[in-house]
Design a protein around this ligand. Structure first.
Ligand code: SAH
Length: 214
């Protein structure tokens, strides 16, 4: 019998050193980061790196975000449990899995077919059943299921006008905004006829692109 490596200790250490010690305070987010097996999303070759403080390649030139950034973005959504959340950029599905522990349903769109399939497999394995995935262009949002309580974008660029239209009143849009590789997390909240805007961490994401790459 092949002995399965146990990743419990590296995961607990990641949560302590990269999440709690760096200022994430939401107990719900911390618990979700403890629960989701990042090593199941990282791919065979990179399993042993899964709990390191860095982003990792997932194929097709894309990456799974660094654990701290996943936790930070999730914390900024301030999910209570009843929300329907749209994610743009499923990638391997790790951020999707974390969100699925914290809200009612996650709708996630990925433009690269092979990653969409990978995420489907990973999320099924982790039994994240409150997730709906689609291969498509996230810049268009997901009209069929709108309006959403929150929209989170996990690729860097500039917001599509359609996203705010697909949010409920009081809903939140969170994205890494900026040119090239220089992004900054921005949170926009729809309030009455206004949009309240707040800026957070500097970061670098893979680019938000248009169209589908089958
Ligand atoms: N949340 C992911 C991060 C993946 S990287 C994870 O945890 O693994 C960002 C992803 O956004 C890439 O897979 C990229 O293909 C995708 N992407 C970029 N532009 C997109 C668009 N317009 N619509 C949908 N997905 C997009």
């Amino acid at each position: 019998m092949i002995r399965q490596q146990n990743y419990d200790r590296p995961r607990q250490r990641m949560v302590q050193e990269q999440i709690i010690d760096r200022g994430i305070t939401s107990q719900r987010v911390i618990e979700a980061m403890r629960q989701v097996f990042r090593h199941d999303f990282a791919g065979e070759a990179l399993r042993t790196h899964a709990y390191k403080d860095k982003s990792l390649p997932i194929g097709e030139g894309q990456t799974i975000s660094q654990p701290y950034i996943v936790a930070k973005m999730t914390e900024l959504l301030d999910l209570k449990g009843h929300e329907r959340v749209l994610e743009i950029g499923t990638g391997c599905g790790y951020q999707t899995a974390v969100l699925s522990c914290l809200c009612k349903r996650v709708y996630s769109i990925e433009r690269i077919e092979s990653l969409h399939s990978l995420a489907k497999k990973n999320l099924r394995k982790g039994r994240h059943s409150n997730v709906m995935l689609k291969c498509g262009d996230g810049l268009l949002g997901w009209e069929e299921y709108a309006p959403f309580d929150a929209i989170i974008v996990t690729a860097g660029g500039f917001a599509s006008d359609l996203w705010l239209d697909q949010l409920v009143e009081g809903g939140v849009l969170l994205l890494p905004e900026g040119e090239g590789k220089s992004h900054r997390l921005v949170r926009r909240q729809k309030q009455n006829d206004e949009v309240v805007e707040e800026y957070f961490d500097d970061c670098t994401f893979v680019p938000l692109l248009s169209g589908v790459n089958g």
